[in-house]
Design a protein around this ligand. Structure first.
Ligand code: GRG
Length: 304
């Protein structure tokens, strides 16, 4: 699938995902019906502010690849975007990156206030798990349980939260080596991407080989994604990204680019992309194989 077709496909997935997220966050389902409207407004502000919807699209694609039904997997896929959105809200807070802008708009604590942004993030995270378990209405409970456990691990202290903790501690550290950097990013950025792939495969009843492929693809894609993110922070277009560039260097962060330089970073991103594609080789005849292969290139070549 060429890059234009991948972009079109991802955009159409994003519309479906956003339709689901929008009705969820407006309190139209039982899960959020009793939530305070003011809190939902802050959650909606961040959740519906755009974004590529890459993680839920990966989850849906792996669910389909493993023979699952789209509609049944949608709440699970959408829950991963809620977790992603919470992580960005909290990452922008003054105690963390202290960013005023996210996707070209004031960050949540700038638009509302700090306490509201903390609670909006808390709400998005906790309600995500309610969404995940709601899949038990249509999917066998043991699969939902296993996929939810994967997400808890990937989003929690052994995954994204732990990686963020280590990353905050590393800011300003100059002697961080490549192995440590990779390990931190595998947790901070990679785990949620891997969880989206593996969670989708488990939810759809994928077998051991399919789960292994989803895991390997997600792991490599997560690494490629972070390297591309570091490159974009160095050479990206602030207007397209919707946030200032150069913030990593300003914060004294060690990144792939600061350690390896631009050219070597690009080579490493391409090598991770190749690993992701290799994991999918047995599945290229399936309808989602070419899309997932194209997504790996999209992640490396993206401009936002
Ligand atoms: C606060 C617990 C906690 C975790 C925060 C992921 C993260 C951990 C912080 C975000 C910092 C950052 C910019 C990491 C680089 C990778 C990343 C997550 C980029 C943003 O993801 P995209 O490009 O965003 O998928 P969109 O806007 O498309 O949703």
């Amino acid at each position: 699938m060429d890059s234009a077709a991948v972009k079109t496909r991802l955009a159409s997935e994003a519309v479906r995902i956003e339709n689901f997220l929008s009705s969820f966050i407006k309190g139209e389902t039982d899960i959020l019906a009793a939530a305070p409207k003011g809190l939902l407004a802050a959650m909606e502000y961040s959740l519906m502010a755009g974004g590529k919807r890459l993680r839920p699209a990966l989850c849906l694609a792996f669910a389909r690849l493993c023979g699952g039904n789209d509609e049944a997997a949608m709440p699970f896929a959408a829950s991963i975007e809620c977790i992603h959105s919470y992580s960005l809200v909290h990452d922008d807070l003054p105690a963390m990156d202290d960013d005023d802008l996210r996707r070209g708009k004031p960050s949540c604590h700038r638009q509302f206030d700090e306490a509201t942004a903390i609670l909006a993030g808390d709400g998005l995270l906790t309600d995500a798990f309610a969404l995940m378990v709601s899949c038990g209405k249509t999917i066998p409970a043991e699969r939902v349980l296993a996929a939810t456990a994967v997400m808890a691990e990937c989003a929690g202290s052994p995954g994204m939260v732990g990686g963020q903790f280590l990353d905050v501690g590393f800011t300003g550290l100059k002697d961080l080596d490549l192995a440590r950097l990779r390990a931190v990013h595998a947790m901070k950025t990679g785990a949620l991407i891997r969880g989206a792939c593996l969670g989708g495969a488990i939810l759809a009843g994928g077998g051991e080989a399919e789960q292994r492929a989803a895991d390997a693809y997600g792991r490599a894609l997560g690494a490629a994604f972070q390297i591309a993110d570091d490159i974009l922070d160095e050479v990206g277009d602030a207007a397209v990204l919707g946030k200032p560039v150069g913030s990593d260097a300003a914060l004294g962060k060690v990144t792939y680019v600061s350690l390896l330089g631009l050219e070597k970073s690009r080579e490493l991103a391409a090598a991770e992309k190749d690993k992701a594609v290799a994991a999918l080789l047995p599945y290229m005849e399936k309808s989602e194989g070419p899309f997932l292969k194209g997504l790996a290139s999209y992640v490396v070549d993206r401009v936002q």
